[in-house]
Design a protein around this ligand. Structure first.
Ligand SMILES: [Zn+2]
Length: 353
């Protein structure tokens, strides 16, 4: 009898363990104001969006991506989505590809914004990488096939998804006050056809949990995507566009998405400006803003409590670097953990919104 009870106990705990591992994990890796975000699905498929910075920072950012991979217990990348051809999003690609197998490369197509290091990479290095793997040019509306996950590209190559996602498509009341940008308020440059407009945006559904990352998709394009009807609906978790700069992140996007928690892949002096923080702090239903880095540009008025901030050191070479980790359940609940201090907050399953 006792042996049977032990057997039952072992079976129950093994089942519980199995149930616990059925999560979608998202690592927002600190690459000092660039992007590298690792998704690990319940079937342990690994999708990486972007590879951080290049040049002298490539080894550092590849190290940081590999640290997240090690934590997740994965040794290869099933799909690498390069959101666009800017150095803070694709810089460490060759470095990473030299260290771990990357099975599938996804991008928006050719570079539209001439830049010598990027064009040299695309001419001399990228063809060799994709020759040994699959390569797909993403179109808005395409699905990335994964087990148990609906991964949709909602923007790519300057286009936005035309058909509303399941359950979405209602008129967006936050379009009314939208004011288009004629110049980029951060750089002062006229807005237009840069690589940012080309960003591959990913919408990820796991049961009732939904996450969105539009990379550096700019302000005026947000209107195209979200107005007059909200084609994306609401999300539980938003990785904030453009490192938390106000050249993206209109109310028409953020307030319409109604995220419960957001994370910003900012750098210490990149992103987190008061304009964006105001949009985030006033977003209906938003509980918390998490940050990859302390944001000097927020000022005391808009700063988030340090407990939500993964890195507080003003030294781009600092080691170790800490991530934010999201663990999502199919019932729509999720937890966010700060890799630096171990602080975890659980967002319990909400009532239908
Ligand atoms: Zn960027």
């Amino acid at each position: 009898m006792r042996r049977m009870l032990v057997l039952v106990a072992v079976t129950v705990s093994a089942t519980l363990l199995l149930a616990q591992s059925k999560t979608l994990e998202i690592y927002v890796i600190d690459v000092e104001g660039g992007n590298a975000t690792l998704f690990v699905t319940p079937s342990r498929e690994a999708v990486l969006i972007d590879t951080g910075n290049g040049g002298p920072a490539a080894a550092r950012d590849a190290d940081r991506i590999m640290a997240a991979m090690k934590d997740a217990g994965i040794s290869h990348i099933d799909a690498l989505v390069t959101s666009h051809w800017h150095g803070d999003h694709m810089g460490a690609m060759a470095e990473l590809a030299g260290r771990v197998p990357i099975r599938h490369y996804i991008d928006h197509g050719g570079n539209v914004q001439p830049s010598q290091p990027v064009d040299t990479f695309l001419q001399n290095v990228y063809p060799g990488l994709i020759a040994k793997a699959r390569h797909t040019v993403a179109k808005a509306g395409d699905l990335l096939p994964l087990k148990g996950i609906a991964w949709r590209f909602v923007t790519s190559g300057g286009e936005v998804v035309k058909t509303p996602l399941p359950g979405a498509g209602r008129p967006n009341p936050h379009c009314a006050g939208f004011k288009p940008h004629t110049v980029n308020p951060v750089s002062g440059q006229p807005v237009g056809e840069t690589e940012d407009e080309q960003s591959v945006g990913s919408h990820v559904t796991f049961g009732k949990f939904r996450a969105l990352y539009l990379a550096d998709f700019p302000w005026n394009k947000e209107f195209e995507l979200m107005c007059p009807n909200n084609r994306l609906g609401s999300v539980e978790f938003l990785l904030v566009s453009r490192h938390g700069q106000h050249s993206s992140n209109s109310e028409a996007l953020v307030h319409a998405l109604r995220p419960r928690a957001v994370a910003i892949n900012n750098g210490i002096r990149k992103g987190g400006q008061p304009e964006t923080m105001h949009v985030l702090h006033s977003s209906p239903g938003l509980e918390d803003v998490w940050q990859a880095h302390v944001a000097q540009l927020s000022g005391a008025e808009h700063a988030v409590p340090g407990i939500f901030v993964a890195n507080i050191v003003d030294d781009p070479g600092h080691s170790p670097a800490h991530w934010l980790k999201v663990s999502a359940q199919p019932d729509g609940s999720f937890a966010v953990t700060n890799g630096r201090n171990g602080f975890t907050k659980t967002y319990a399953t909400p009532a239908p919104r």
